[in-house]
Design a protein around this ligand. Structure first.
Ligand SMILES: [Zn+2]
Length: 272
């Protein structure tokens, strides 16, 4: 069994804290038996996707990283997890929305050249990217599972869009949105054991929530409060910690779990 410092970040787009806690029974079980630790994360503002992808990977608020809206289409120019990992000689991979490729690999996204890449010179060395919001979660998680098995990357981002798609189509107070959380939990139940055996630290979180108006971007708890489940190999969890943490702590926590020195730009404390 590998003792390497490896991390899988499952970034469930638009996964609310309350919906995750209510609907994700397998993760809830891991919390209950103290194999996982659960935190409530207060998301940064604005509660939008592309700005939060960058915040999660740089530990910076939007006023510092400059990705202030979904319409800023360019590569990250700040110290980020993918570049730090590659610079340290680690292997990176992602199964993610095309905006993630635009932030870290190449911008604008070329649907033919950029959709599937295996290139050690890129920040995301093994990338599999999709462009349609309705891309099925079951297939996205399978691609993430494939990347883990095939490349055993030190850092793997798995980024399903199903919560965002169902929330923006039906609203947060809908059976479709709630049932999507149950579906994602069922899928993860069939992956997390294998990933733990492989020696991975596993983090499950969101970029932002969603409201009953089928939207996000504002400041209210429904769009700001997201979960963080942390599962560590050979290390007991703390169950439901009841602790509230900042989304700015995600990036330095990933650095710590990867065995990387936290860069000066990430000035919030690691959770671990
Ligand atoms: Zn999003």
């Amino acid at each position: 069994m590998s003792k390497e410092n490896k991390v899988i970040l499952v970034l469930c787009d638009a996964l609310r804290y309350d919906t995750a806690v209510a609907g994700m029974g397998y993760l809830g079980h891991l919390v209950e038996v103290k194999l996982a630790s659960l935190y409530k994360v207060i998301g940064e503002l604005p509660s939008l996707s592309r700005p939060m992808y960058e915040t999660v990977h740089t530990g910076l608020p939007v006023s510092e990283h400059g990705i202030v809206s979904n319409w800023i289409v360019r590569r990250s120019n700040k110290t980020n997890i993918f570049q730090l990992a590659v610079d340290a000689g680690l292997t990176t991979a992602a199964a993610a929305y095309s905006w993630v490729s635009e932030l870290y690999n190449r911008s604008p996204f070329d649907i033919i050249d950029d959709r599937e890449v295996d290139d050690p010179s890129l920040p995301i060395q093994h990338g599999r990217f999709y462009t349609q919001d309705e891309f099925p979660d079951i297939d996205l998680f399978a691609i993430g599972g494939l990347l883990a098995r095939r490349f055993n990357p030190h850092y793997l981002l798995v980024h399903p869009m199903g919560m965002d798609y169902s929330g923006e189509t039906y609203g947060a107070d809908s059976s479709e949105y709630r049932n999507q959380a149950i579906l994602q939990d069922k899928i993860m139940a069939n992956l997390i054991g294998e990933w733990m055996e492989m020696g991975y630290n596993i983090m499950v979180t969101g970029d932002h929530g969603i409201n009953n108006d089928k939207e996000h971007g504002g400041t209210t708890p429904d769009v700001r409060e997201i979960p963080l489940y942390l599962i560590r190999p050979n290390t007991p969890g703390r169950g439901d910690t009841g602790e509230v943490v900042s989304q700015l702590q995600i990036a330095p926590t990933i650095c710590t779990l990867l065995g990387l020195q936290i860069p000066a730009s990430m000035n919030h404390p690691s959770i671990v």
